[in-house]
Write a protein that binds this ligand. Sequence first.
Ligand code: SF4
Length: 301
Amino acid sequence: MAGTTTLLVPGQALAGGSTASPGPEPTSALAGAAVGSLSPSRAGDFLTCALLYRFRVVDRLPEPPSAAAARGSLVHAVLERLFDLPAGERTPAAADALLAPEWERLRAEEPELETLFDGPEELGRWLASARPLLDRYFRLEDPQRLEPAERELLVETTLEGGLVLRGYLDRLDVAPSGAMRVVDYKTGRAPGRGFEAAALFQLRFYALVLWRLRGEVPRLLQLLYLGSGEALRYEPDEADLRATERKVLAVWDAIRLATQTGDFRPSPGRMCGFCAHHAICPARGGTPPRYPGPRTSSVAG
Ligand code: SF4
């Protein structure tokens, strides 16, 4: 039987304690065996809208920075750095104090983020908008009781047919018993009833990679929704991860077929609200650029 899903509510204690490369690219480090690589983000793009996947992976069209995405990066950075502090100092005030320096660091890495704000007042309001997200984090778990084994961990494995799976985990906790818990922070709201499985695809993907790498199924997958202060927990099992592998391979087959034929269809939906490519999307009356062909997208095999 597949694992179980639980929606936790604010104040409920939690026990214990990506992106990644684009899809169909040969992996030079694994040359010979590899036929391409896939991350949960890009697989998710393809499942949501094949045309969006094409724009991002095949055409590699630039996307302007957004304040919401930048806030997500900032909150992730603060929560990563929070665990550099001694356990007793991991307080809401300490997290708050990390906002400005982490913003400075992000801005130095991505100077185009500067264009998001029209002056220091707007920047100040945006920085302040990250505080409620951090406050909700502290309502979901107590970082003073946690010692993560890993933060921002790159995981990568090669499936039997040569497909490389890779991605970055926000956090991996390992109990003294060796039991693993994969934690991912989301700055949006928890999914509505019936949409939990789609939301958990990314963590199932990571669980599959960890299982292949370490020979053990993670005990718990945990999504912390800082937008609504809820947590989604899932206990996977081997059968579930085998099903995930079949799904990943089916997605990969569909990507390869679309890449060969150039048939990437738009799927208008909720994602359109976050898409930067309305002007060239046929679903919005636009015309995509000429398909550059499968060689550009580097599908092999
Ligand atoms: S606007 Fe919507 S349908 Fe068009 S590419 Fe973007 S996500 Fe897909």
